[in-house]
Design a protein around this ligand. Structure first.
Ligand SMILES: Nc1ncnc2c1ncn2[C@@H]1O[C@H](COP(=O)(O)OP(=O)(O)OP(=O)(O)O)[C@@H](O)[C@H]1O
Ligand SMILES: [Mg+2]
Length: 624
């Protein structure tokens, strides 16, 4: 579909064999630069454009109509000169002028409608693509997010989709229109006078060579721009999210200097493309003028012969000007296409993520019956990365209603155990049973309805406290939310800091929580998370206790909250607090991915094993 001058397969880079199936290694994705036109990618994008096919067809239909109105104008001019003006005939010249103006207006109107339709198609298609991409990302497994940084996903969702969108307005269809226009112009010129046409296009070989050269130049500077832009974004993202550390370690100047370095490289890369663009523009302009000169030279010598008239010469000059306009914009359109194709490639790569990132296998088994669940880990082995086994044959069982505390040194695999139980990751070997059923046979949604995890670091979303609690159960009323917060014992912690003006002993559930809960203290965030779990009323509660230390008052509030939350449920808690450990029915001690000891608090202390050693660290955490 692209201009014939753009599509020589020979000059396409070897990198064009793109990583559609295998993800590119970190950081290199932005460097991959494919062709300016790739049928396979276009077909993939078509999925999202298809629904707006009628509108697109309308825009395409307008192309020949617009071109016809445009191409007819110089011809009308030649008729006006040859038939009327040179023969001093004025009768009918006014009508001809009106027709001319009419054509100009029609050309403008059709062009407007075409651009409008194209923009609509672009916006609507990108709306679908954006939604599809987001849905795809939302259903990936945790391993996917371990591999792909959030910043890169953001770029896919914003910049890349925008690049594809630009292609609709200024890329593929416009190029098609240009091709139609060029063919029509040449056709018209040949129809009017073959010899003069040949003379006019004596410059074409120079033009072809130039376009090829410019394309090569643009490709390389374009790749540079992409790479530098990615580096700039990565730097910004990292240092702005870590701004606290930057300032605490007084690294502002160093950080700015580093940024300036990349910034300068980006500017240099850009000036390369500006150079290419500007020289291309100037040279095309010059070639166009040489063509005009050729027309003048040839017609000066031969006017009057072989039907060459002044009107014809004027029309030819007009045509030549029209011919070179799209060629002058060629580099801009080429850049748009190039960037759209590169973006499409990355998005398609994201949408085609491999099997290991596929959504959970689902079965239709469901969990029934019992109020609380039994949990069993049978010889579970798991590694995040090949060769680094984190769980090495872990066995563990929890009876219904039992409270089991899991303890172990940092990095011993405690949080990992939870992630497997919630099926954020799947076991490599062995199996986990919930209420007697292998969790792999349960649909993930069903599993997570009954199993609630409260994580080590609490994540809250922007919104009110009530909104955040209600994530646990969308049907919970304001009263349910207040009740849950009260049962957790949140009022004493919120009072005096946030709920000053509120009625006594009530948490203002409509208090706005800023992004990530930054305006709450760690203890307050914990309590909101407990309430969120409580309204969900799970059959199995899993807690990864925060390691952060809080003040004694909050500590005891959290302890009471935990008690309320755990009451009457099977609970598996990764414990750091002495109180939780001491109150557990059973304690499991993890060591390097296996269970080292199991027993009650007293029996384990008596044994004097690993737990007895660990116990000292728990004691020191104890609140007075
Ligand atoms: N997403 C991940 N990708 C790769 N390795 C990971 C990932 N998460 C954890 N690990 C590794 O797995 C091991 C166990 O981590 P885990 O989070 O289970 O420890 P933990 O017992 O919960 O420690 P802590 O008490 O500090 O919370 C660690 O060596 C860690 O480096
Ligand atoms: Mg942990």
């Amino acid at each position: 579909m692209s201009s014939p001058k753009v599509s020589s397969p020979k000059t396409s880079s070897p990198k064009a064999s793109s990583p559609l199936s295998s993800p590119a290694p970190k950081g290199s994705e932005e460097e991959v630069l494919g062709q300016a036109y790739d049928t396979k990618l276009m077909l993939r994008l078509w999925t999202y454009v298809r629904d707006h096919g009628v509108l697109l067809a309308f825009a395409l239909l307008l192309i020949p109509i617009t071109v016809a109105f445009e191409i007819a104008q110089p011809y009308l001019l030649s008729v006006a000169i040859d038939v009327y003006i040179t023969n001093h005939v004025t009768d009918g010249l006014g009508t001809l002028a009106l027709v001319y103006v009419g054509f100009v207006i029609m050309q403008a109107l059709c062009g407007y409608a075409q651009l409008y339709a194209l923009q609509l198609v672009g916006q609507r298609s990108m709306h679908s693509l954006r939604l599809a991409t987001y849905r795809h990302i939302l259903t990936r497994r945790s391993a996917f997010f371990d591999r792909i940084p959030v910043g890169r996903l953001l770029t896919r969702m914003t910049n890349d989709i925008e690049s594809i969108n630009e292609m609709f307005a200024g890329g593929v269809v416009t190029l098609l229109a240009d091709v139609v226009r060029l063919i029509a112009i040449v056709g018209m010129m040949l129809y009017l006078n073959v010899q003069l046409t040949l003379i006019t296009f004596i410059t074409i070989p120079a033009l072809v060579i130039l376009v090829r050269y410019a394309r090569k130049l643009m490709r390389s500077s374009y790749r540079q721009i992409r790479v530098k832009l990615a580096a700039m974004n990565t730097h910004l993202q990292e240092h702005l999210s870590g701004i606290g550390i930057v300032q605490l370690f007084v690294r502002e100047k160093a950080t700015a200097d580093k940024y300036d370095e990349i910034n300068a490289e980006y500017r240099e890369a850009y000036s390369g493309s500006i150079m290419a663009d500007a020289s291309m523009y100037a040279i095309v302009e010059a070639i166009g003028l040489i063509s005009v000169a050729a027309i003048a030279w040839y017609s000066g010598a031969t006017i009057g012969e072989t039907g060459l008239t002044i009107g014809l010469v004027v029309a030819f000059i007009e045509y030549v000007n029209k011919f070179f306009i799209p060629i002058k914009d060629f580099s801009a359109k080429y850049a748009v296409m190039q960037s759209a194709m590169a973006a499409a490639e990355r998005i398609v790569g994201l949408l085609d993520t491999k099997e290991e990132d596929a959504p959970m296998r689902t079965a239709d088994a469901s969990i029934t019956g019992s109020d609380s669940f039994a949990v069993e880990f049978k010889d579970v082995k798991f590694s995040y990365r090949e060769g680094e086994q984190v769980l090495k044959g872990l066995g563990l069982s929890v009876r219904p209603g039992e409270k089991v505390a899991v303890v172990g040194a940092t990095g011993s695999g405690k949080s990992t155990l939870i992630k497997l139980l919630a099926r954020l990751y799947e076991t490599d070997e062995g199996a986990i049973f919930l209420d007697g059923q292998n969790i792999l046979s349960l649909p993930a949604g069903e599993l997570r309805r009954h199993v609630t995890v409260v994580n080590q670091d609490v994540f809250l979303f922007k919104g009110t406290i009530a909104d955040n609690v209600r994530m646990g159960n969308p049907d919970a009323s304001d009263d349910d939310v207040t009740d849950a917060l009260r049962r957790i014992g949140a009022e004493s912690v919120f009072k005096g800091s946030l709920a000053d003006s509120q009625e006594e002993n009530a948490v203002d559930i409509h208090l706005m929580i800023e992004d990530r809960g930054d305006n709450l203290s760690a203890g307050q965030r914990q309590l909101v998370a407990f309430a969120r779990a409580l309204v969900r009323d799970p059959k199995l509660l899993i807690l990864d206790e925060a390691t952060a230390h809080v003040d004694p008052k909050t500590e005891s509030a959290i302890e009471r909250g935990l008690d309320a939350l755990m009451r009457g449920r099977t609970t598996l808690v990764i414990a750091h607090r002495l109180s939780t450990i001491a109150n557990a029915d059973k304690i499991v001690v993890l060591d390097h991915g296996v269970v080292a000891e199991t027993g009650t608090y007293d029996s384990l202390v008596e044994d004097g094993g690993l737990f007895a050693q660990l116990q000292k660290s728990f004691s020191s955490h104890q609140s007075p």
